[in-house]
Design a protein around this ligand. Structure first.
Ligand code: C2O
Ligand code: CU
Length: 489
């Protein structure tokens, strides 16, 4: 049996002395390899209404594992990641949110089609909730799938401090599985003391590069997870990348997962094969994994985006024989969600979105809001190092103003040196062209990774009225200027 290897992601931005090495911590301490993770889903009652309290407050988290220093975090209900919120499709949800932090905050429901006033974007769809303040979020969960919720005020700091959690909406008739497992994957920048590395918050140099990367990888707020299973079981695994800026890749040696949903929307079940599933910040994937090994076996789940694969979770088979005699039928496609419809490209509104700036890129200059055109140096002094269409930060005018029901195509052009994870609030879109080539019926996404040098056109049908953010989900890029909005009227 292989032990989970303690992990340190080389961030390259901290001095050697400051860089945290969990391995060093663990040597001689005999820390446990992982903690049991599986919790049987508590199926919400069929009531059409669900009420819940949710409080953002400081807490302590055992990010490094047992016997190692704890980390002071900000978390929903004081834990990081926040509790998995589980609802049923079609329910009316009321979330009584309270802010017990010293900083104003708000909660965004990433991927959910909520009324604009409930979208949780501080300064755009609501005033930030002040310390000791509260806000009632009310919406119907229209789509089943794997979503998440996170802070949307100073998110580059607040999400990095732990204000993020998974939100699961169960299908009216959930597919038969033996285990429904949620895994929130994250990276953290910690000091040797276990404290969050605060000096790097707001580092413009990092904002102009790939963002603030962590040096510690966690799954559900710890170094490793165990999934106890029996041979013949079926696991539904819900993966979320809640990191500020790091792109993750996950592989399942020994098993043959089927990908069944991306960003909360069903896809035709497709085998991953040897391939890793890549998750940009904000993205989710749902996988069906049959436990095809023998009783007593174990197999890893690995993160493979760095040189050294990191085993962050283990399927631990019990020695007992399978609980069923015949294997399960292959998983069917999950039922489609009631999205507002297929994009119609003929006569669609088309807008370009040029991504400019960043280190090693060129940005002739940009404006902040309605202000005068500024040079790179001046912009950086104002905390802006990125721009969309020549505007750094939230523009006063929307990227496009569109009637509900009409199709919009955004032609995204990344001619800078970095990948960007573009997220559109309140909508799912399809990629309809990549580098000039038409793409037919790609997967629905709410967050799409646009690599350096790529041109990606996305299309969506304008949904509910309001101001919907479109931004890079590398949260430092967002803060550094990569944000605009779509107005639906
Ligand atoms: Cu996941 Cu604008 O956010
Ligand atoms: Cu970006």
């Amino acid at each position: 049996m292989r032990m989970s290897v303690p992990y340190m992601i080389g961030s390259g931005t901290l001095g050697e002395g400051a860089a945290m090495k969990r391995r060093d911590f663990l040597i001689g301490l005999g820390a446990a390899a992982g903690t049991p993770l599986f919790v049987a889903p508590v199926r919400p009652a069929l009531a059409s209404r669900q009420m819940r309290d949710l409080t953002a407050r400081p807490g302590m988290a055992g990010l490094l594992g047992d016997g190692l220093p704890q980390t002071p975090i900000w978390g929903y209900d004081g834990v990081a990641p926040g509790p998995v919120l589980r609802f049923r499709q079609g329910q009316d949800v009321v979330i009584a949110f309270r802010n017990a932090l010293d900083q104003p905050t708000s909660v965004h429901w990433h991927g959910l089609r909520v009324p604009n006033a409930m979208d949780g974007v501080a300064g755009v769809t609501q005033e930030p909730v002040p310390p000791q303040g509260s806000f009632e979020y009310r919406f119907r969960v229209e789509d089943a799938g794997t979503f998440w919720y996170h802070a949307h005020n100073r998110s580059w700091e607040q999400v990095a401090r732990g204000l993020a959690g998974m939100l699961v909406v169960e299908e009216a008739v959930p597919p038969a599985v033996d285990h429904d497992v949620a895994m929130v994957l994250d990276d953290w920048r910690l000091e040797n003391s276990g404290k969050i590395h605060e000096a790097s918050f707001g580092s413009i140099g990092e904002w102009a590069h790939g963002g603030r990367l962590g040096n510690i990888f966690t799954v559900n707020g710890g170094p490793a997870a165990e999934i106890p299973v029996r041979a013949g079981d079926r696991v539904r695994l819900r993966l979320l990348n809640s990191a500020n800026a790091r792109i993750l890749s996950v592989r399942f040696p020994g098993h043959a997962p089927l990908l069944v949903a991306l960003d909360g929307q069903p896809v035709d079940p497709r085998p991953l094969g040897e391939e890793a599933v890549t998750l940009a910040p904000g993205q989710r994937a749902d996988l069906m994994i049959d436990m095809t090994l023998a009783p007593g076996a174990s197999a890893a789940i690995e993160e493979v985006s760095t040189r050294e694969p990191y085993r962050f979770a283990t399927f631990r088979y019990s020695p007992d024989p399978p609980q069923r005699t015949a294997p399960l039928d292959p998983p069917a496609r999950l039922p489609d969600n009631p999205l507002p419809g297929e994009p119609v490209l003929d006569g669609a509104l088309r807008v370009p979105l040029r991504m400019e700036g960043g280190a090693m890129g060129r940005m002739p200059g940009a404006r902040i809001g309605d202000g005068p055109t500024m040079g790179m140096r001046e912009l950086a002094a104002a905390g802006k190092v990125w721009a969309f269409n020549g505007v750094a930060g939230m523009p006063t005018e929307p990227l496009v103003s569109v009637k509900s029901g009409r199709t919009v195509v955004v032609d995204i052009e990344n001619d800078n040196a970095w990948p960007h994870a573009m997220h559109l609030h309140g909508h799912h879109f399809r990629v309809v062209a990549r580098n000039g080539n038409a793409v037919a019926r790609s997967d629905w996404r709410d967050t799409e990774l646009v690599h350096r040098g790529e041109r990606v056109s996305i299309a969506f049908v304008a949904g509910g009225p309001g101001k919907w953010l479109l931004h890079c989900h590398m949260l430092e890029h967002h803060a550094g200027g990569m944000v605009t909005w779509v107005e639906v009227v």
